[in-house]
Each structure stands twice: as structure tokens, then as C-alpha cells.
Design a protein around this ligand. Structure first.
Ligand code: AMP
Ligand code: MG
Length: 417
């Protein structure tokens, strides 16, 4: 009573996402395109394969010449040429003739089929063996047999890849086949990351009394990179107005698309981040209907979008996944984030305080059902619960308890246990 109502997660996410738009498209050399996001449809300028070619090692023939060939009454053909891959044989096959041909070699003019070596008396494929002067066909072939026509895989003018797609290894091969040395992809979002707190020391420095190692920098840098964005880590700002402002200004100088901080956004006496952002920009501070991660700060610092995540490591992680990941997806051109959600059966009763909750759980498969158990202490500072988890157990807003055996939704982020 008297408190501001908690903002629903879905509404907060929509408000945040309305501030992000896909970055410009840039041309990137194909060998640097793995994992990049295609920015335009790719229309093939070529037929693939570009020319009719053999799908077997054998002999290019006129099928009519060997229509009656059988092992006990073979047809004899005169071998008038040799067609390795990569060369065009400059002749027109006449009746009674054959050309030795390799897989991938252009079909010889006048031929309408390829007779595999296995169906001849010349079943030799060792390197360096010269073509014979004549060959016995032991079986017939039909017109078109063992020929890959031009355009069988892709026809010129066809759209092969759609924009918004993260390029996989096989997509790069396809782009190479189409001769695309430069590929239009979305520019990668750049994200400045810093931690705040007098208690934080970098991982490579010893802990003095009262200090802890900065964990969030490492988690957040890895999260940013895992979604295809570029992380610009800026270290730790102490709980002083000038230090917080200095690190924010460094972020702006770096020309980033988003500034991401953790901690210092509560209402504590040493939480300067909100104050500094508000002085030099615009701030929306939300109390979210969410657990963990109730306080989330969003705004602009000198016109650069800013997200202030909670300091507790589990809350920072959840805040990233629920808010920052979708924002980076939108910036990076992939649009939405596909969560792997499954219905699971609870192995234990669950209590919640009625906020939309993301509990750390292990999901395993047993007898065709997915079973979920919590991973230890669920405090938002207990990172071990997240280390042991392969899923978030999702408890909707308004639900305060679920009994053992009840069904719930899990958001899987690792392999099943
Ligand atoms: P704060 O939001 O500053 O009140 O921080 C909340 C809690 O998160 C405190 O226990 C902090 O010590 C902890 N914390 C803040 N930043 C980090 C960090 N980068 N790594 C690990 N713990 C942190
Ligand atoms: Mg603090």
C-alpha cells in the first residue's frame, strides 16, 4: 500500500525495446562472416551447378549406343577423350564414342548420360591411370543418368538466404558457391560494460578485508560476445560521482550503442549511477514485477542508451537475458530472441512472493518426461545456483506456490542433465 505498483516484465521490455533499432548494413569479407547477421536477401547471380556435370567417375556416352548392353553381351565404345574436373573437352561425341569423365567435370557435348566405371570393363580409378582406347559397357543407362543439370541446386535469380539470419558454416559455403566475396551484414552492436562498487577488485588482485572479486564484468562480457555483439570492458568505477561520470564519458567516447553497468542503481547512500545518468541524460527507473532483478534502470547518458543492471550476480544475469539480450538482438538485426521453453514437472514444492520469478533449476529427462528440481539456495547473490542450473524455472506473476508434481514452464539454457 502506498508503494508504486511493480511494472510487469513484458511491458518494461516493450518500452525498452522501442528505443532500439537495427544497425546499418556493412559489407564484410566472406571469411569474416561466421556468426554475422545477413542484412539483405541473397539472390543467386548464378545457376548452381553453373554447368551440367557428371556426378560419377565413368564414361560420358550416348545412351542409345548402349541400350542393349549386358555383362554377357557388352557394347564396345571408342574412347575419344578424357574429361577431368576443371576442363572443358572440346569435341562433340559421335555414335559409338565415349569420353572418360570424372565427378564434377562438365558433360561432353553430344553425350546424354554418364556410365559409371563400375558398369564397364575399365573399373580403374587409381591416380595416374590413363584412359583406355576402348571400353566395354556392361549395362545400359537412361538419358540424364548421373548428370547434374545446371541449376539443379539453385537457379539464377532465386533467393537463397533471408535477412535476419545468423550465418552458419554451411551458409558461408553457399555464399562462396554464389561468388559472394563481400556480404552485406548488420554492423555488430558495441556494448560498454562496467561494474561499480568500492568492494570490487579485479580477479587478478588479492582480496583485502571487505573486498570481493568483480564477477559481473566477466559474465556480462561473455554474454555480450555470445550474442554476436562486441564488448568494450571499462573496468570498475568506485562509488564516487566523479568516477562513475568518468567511466560513463569513456563509454560515450568509444561510440558504443549501449552502456551496460551493474550495481549502484538501488537506493543506497552510495548508489551514484542513477544520479549521474539523470544529470547528463534521461532516466527511467523501474521497479519490476520480477525476481530476481527488481530494480532495473534504463535511459540515455548523453544520448547513448544505458541499462543499469542490479549488482547481485544472478540478478545481473537474469536482467541481461530478459532485457539486454532482446535489445542486442534487435540492434544486431536478428529481431527476436528464441527461448527454448518446455513444460516440466516439479520435483519439489516451490514458493514465490508473487513476482514473475526465474528460479535456477536442473531439468532432466526421465521416461519421456522432463523433471525439474531447484539448485540450492536461490538468493540473487548465490551464483553457484546458476552455475549448477541448466534452466530457469518460470513462475508467472501472481503465483505464490506450486506443489510438487505440478507442471511449470522452464526456460532451458543448457543440455538436459
Ligand atoms: P548494489 O546494487 O551496489 O547494492 O550491489 C548489490 C550486491 O551485488 C552487493 O552485495 C554487491 O557486493 C554485489 N555486487 C555488485 N557488483 C558486483 C560484481 N561486479 N561482482 C560481484 N558482486 C557484485
Ligand atoms: Mg554497490
Amino acid at each position: 500500500l502506498g508503494e508504486t505498483p511493480l511494472l510487469p516484465v513484458q511491458e518494461a521490455r516493450q518500452r525498452l525495446l522501442s528505443h532500439f533499432h537495427p544497425k546499418d548494413s556493412v559489407l564484410v569479407p566472406l571469411d569474416q562472416c561466421a556468426g554475422r547477421v545477413l542484412a539483405q536477401p541473397v539472390v543467386s547471380a548464378l545457376d548452381l551447378p553453373p554447368f551440367p556435370n557428371s556426378s560419377m567417375d565413368g564414361f560420358a556416352v550416348r545412351s542409345a549406343d548402349i541400350a542393349s548392353a549386358q555383362p554377357d553381351s557388352p557394347s564396345t565404345l571408342k574412347v575419344v577423350g578424357d574429361a577431368p574436373a576443371g576442363n572443358v573437352v572440346d569435341l562433340v561425341l559421335q555414335p559409338g564414342q565415349a569420353v572418360r569423365i570424372m565427378t564434377g567435370a562438365p558433360l561432353v557435348q553430344g553425350a546424354d548420360a554418364v556410365l559409371p566405371v563400375e558398369d564397364t570393363d575399365f573399373n580403374y580409378r587409381q591416380p595416374g591411370v590413363p584412359a583406355p582406347e576402348q571400353v566395354l559397357a556392361l549395362r545400359p543407362v537412361s538419358a540424364g543418368d548421373n548428370i547434374r543439370p545446371a541449376g539443379q541446386d539453385v537457379r539464377r535469380g532465386e533467393t537463397v538466404l533471408q535477412p535476419g539470419k545468423r550465418l552458419r558454416p554451411q551458409d558461408l559455403g553457399m555464399l562462396a558457391m554464389m561468388g559472394m566475396a563481400q556480404v552485406p551484414v548488420y554492423a555488430r552492436p558495441r556494448v560498454a560494460i562496467f561494474s561499480t562498487g568500492d568492494e570490487l577488485v579485479p580477479v587478478d588482485q588479492p582480496l583485502a578485508p571487505g573486498k570481493i572479486h568483480d564477477a559481473n564484468t566477466y559474465t556480462l562480457v561473455a554474454l555480450v560476445e555470445s550474442v554476436g555483439a562486441e564488448a568494450v570492458p571499462l573496468g570498475i568505477a568506485r562509488d564516487r560521482e566523479d568516477e562513475v561520470q568518468a567511466v560513463l564519458d569513456r563509454a560515450v567516447e568509444q561510440g558504443v550503442d549501449l552502456i551496460l553497468s551493474s550495481a549502484g542503481v538501488s537506493v543506497g547512500a552510495f548508489d551514484f549511477v542513477r544520479m549521474v545518468v539523470e544529470e547528463h541524460g534521461h532516466l527511467e527507473f523501474w521497479k519490476l514485477d520480477m525476481r530476481p532483478g527488481k530494480p532495473l534502470t534504463f535511459g540515455q547518458y548523453r544520448d547513448v542508451p544505458f541499462v543499469g543492471l542490479p549488482g547481485n550476480p544472478v540478478a545481473a544475469y537474469v536482467g541481461f537475458q530478459v532485457f539486454v539480450h532482446p535489445a542486442l538482438s534487435k540492434l544486431g538485426g536478428t529481431g527476436g530472441v528464441e527461448r527454448t521453453e518446455r513444460r516440466v514437472v516439479l520435483q519439489e514444492p516451490i514458493e514465490s512472493d508473487g513476482r514473475e520469478s526465474y528460479l535456477r533449476a536442473v531439468v532432466k529427462e526421465q521416461d519421456g518426461r522432463l523433471l525439474a528440481s531447484l539448485t540450492g539456495h536461490q538468493g540473487s547473490g548465490n551464483l553457484r545456483s546458476l552455475v549448477q542450473a541448466n534452466a530457469f524455472l518460470f513462475v508467472p506473476s501472481g503465483v505464490k506456490s506450486l506443489r510438487a508434481g505440478a507442471e511449470a514452464t522452464a526456460w532451458l539454457f543448457g543440455d538436459l542433465a
